[in-house]
Design a binder for this molecule. Structure first.
Ligand SMILES: NC(=O)C1=CN([C@@H]2O[C@H](COP(=O)(O)OP(=O)(O)OC[C@H]3O[C@@H](n4cnc5c(N)ncnc54)[C@H](O)[C@@H]3O)[C@@H](O)[C@H]2O)C=CC1
Ligand SMILES: O=C(O)[C@H]1O[C@H](OP(=O)(O)OP(=O)(O)OC[C@H]2O[C@@H](n3ccc(=O)[nH]c3=O)[C@H](O)[C@@H]2O)[C@H](O)[C@@H](O)[C@@H]1O
Length: 431
């Protein structure tokens, strides 16, 4: 199948590379010249395990360009551009999706299929289908559920495939089946439904995941005033198959380019539809999440005598999660900034995210080496659970730092090991 992928960011670059890996002839298109230059040279423009292995300038099935006219040679066109929050608001900004589809219109015709992958407010697909219809092409919505850090394997072996199609269009599902032949043959469940359901599956899945995390973080708040241990609580409730242990890791909370903005855009869309009350709880989900960031700062402050002014604090982690260089709405970077705002002398490190962090917070002090970051610190704060931080030897780290305070914002360290090595250990929702 000849495919174009419009938008080559965290989602689109991976999707393009994986579609070529599935045997299709793919052109990735983006307006960002430097991204296209990197991808064309076989270099991943961001850190994503396994992506580099799929990119090669010699791969005849995969090329990248800034020229939207290159889409003419394809028959299926995936829309994978960003849908961030509108400036100064919470709704999804559809400028990029609209611009991508408008730009595509002169290059498509009968027999072409436009496939939306971006996360959009319910109702967007039906509106875009009307825009596409005069060209003779049709439109489907095929939301994406990949996780950063596992994006390649999630794309090649997804948990499920969802196609939102126009019920008068028999062909769209067949075309998508051909594209996803390999995962379908491997047994991936596939749901064919209408546009609205497909759009809602995506945002409700992210809303559910965010709710699960904020639920356990709310339990952490209760644990903090009762002396209970939220990690034990999570293990215990997680054994109930109806609840499940995954996504019950209490800590500094969720961030990234999706969960936070998606729950806000979903609430904004529900308001527009006159059913804002149905999603009112998501405001609490957001609030619990943001409170946990300040809780980390408060724990550092309490353990350093109540005042951060002039205290040297090492922040371990900048990315919103391990195995990613993504710092969009990163709790880790937010904590670093809050500590600096409170007067601490902050030094931060991350195995992959220093460059991306520097772009949005250039004034913070970043160092590459963990030892250098910790050297002379009064307190160490872990806010992204990279294995490099989880595996630190507390006795060795004690030789680098000045103080003996460690705040575990991800509950990822062995508290007893750190305490045995002389540290004052503070986790979230743990005694
Ligand atoms: N990052 C992720 O893990 C996932 C993202 N999504 C959704 O996918 C969409 C894209 O997200 P990301 O890839 O993270 O964003 P991103 O910001 O990394 O990438 C978006 C890309 O679109 C490009 N672009 C913007 N306007 C364009 C146009 N008119 N023509 C061509 N390219 C254009 C930008 O230059 C950028 O490279 C969002 O709706 C997001 O919610 C869905 C599932 C997973
Ligand atoms: O729409 C999207 O873009 C994607 O958003 C999330 O994927 P992602 O943002 O890559 O990362 P997650 O693994 O979901 O983690 C999100 C945040 O929640 C935090 N988290 C996760 C799990 C947990 O138990 N506790 C917790 O605080 C992580 O540290 C991270 O900051 C979803 O998991 C994907 O299915 C979805 O496709």
């Amino acid at each position: 199948m000849r495919i174009s992928v419009i938008g080559c960011g965290y989602l689109g670059a991976v999707h393009a590379a994986c579609m070529a890996e599935l045997g299709h002839e793919v052109v990735g298109i983006d307006v960002d010249e430097s991204k296209i230059e990197n991808l064309s040279a076989g270099r991943a423009p961001f850190f994503e395990p396994g992506l580099g292995d799929l990119l090669s300038p010699d791969n005849a099935r995969l090329r990248f360009t800034t020229d939207i006219a290159a889409a003419e040679h394809a028959r299926v066109h995936f829309i994978a551009v960003g849908t961030p929050q509108v400036a100064g608001g919470v709704a999804a900004d559809l400028t990029y999706v609209n611009a991508a589809v408008e730009a595509l219109l002169p290059h498509i015709g009968p027999g072409h299929l436009v496939v939306g992958k971006s996360t959009v407010p319910v109702g967007t697909a039906a509106r875009l289908a009307e825009l596409v219809a005069p060209t003779g092409a049709s439109l489907a919505w095929n939301p994406e559920f990949l996780r950063e850090g596992f994006a390649v394997s999630d794309t090649l072996s997804p948990d499920r495939l969802v196609y939102g199609v126009d019920n008068r269009d028999d062909r769209a599902a067949e075309v998508l089946d051909e594209i996803y032949k390999r995962p379908l043959e491997a047994g991936t469940p596939r749901i064919v439904t209408d546009y609205a359901t497909a759009e809602l599956v995506k945002v409700s899945a992210n809303a559910f995941l965010a709710t699960k995390i904020s639920f356990i973080n709310a339990m952490a708040e209760i644990a903090e005033v009762t002396g209970a241990d939220v990690t034990t609580l999570a293990d215990a409730i997680g054994y109930d198959a109806r609840i499940g242990r995954r996504f019950l890791n209490a800590g500094v909370g969720f961030g990234g380019g999706c969960l936070p903005k998606d729950i806000r855009a979903f609430q904004a869309r529900a308001e527009e539809l006159g059913v804002g009350h149905s999603l009112a709880f998501l405001a609490d989900v957001d609030d619990v999440n943001l409170r946990r960031r300040q809780r980390v700062v408060d724990l550092v402050t309490e353990n350093l005598g109540g005042d951060l002014t002039g205290k040297a604090v090492t922040v371990l982690g900048l990315a919103f999660k391990p195995e990613s260089d993504d710092v969009r709405d990163s709790p880790a970077l937010d904590v670093a900034q809050r500590l600096a705002d409170a007067g601490a002398i902050v030094r931060a490190t991350d195995p992959e995210a220093i460059e991306t962090a520097r772009r949005i917070r250039p004034h913070l002090d970043y160092v590459e080496s963990i030892q250098e970051a910790i050297s002379g610190a009064d307190a160490v704060v872990v806010v992204t659970e990279w294995h490099q931080f989880r595996e630190l030897d507390p006795a060795e780290v004690a030789g680098w730092a000045r103080g003996r305070v460690v705040v575990d914002g991800r509950n990822c360290l062995d508290a007893s090991d750190w305490r045995s090595a002389g540290w004052t250990y503070a986790g979230l929702g743990r005694p």
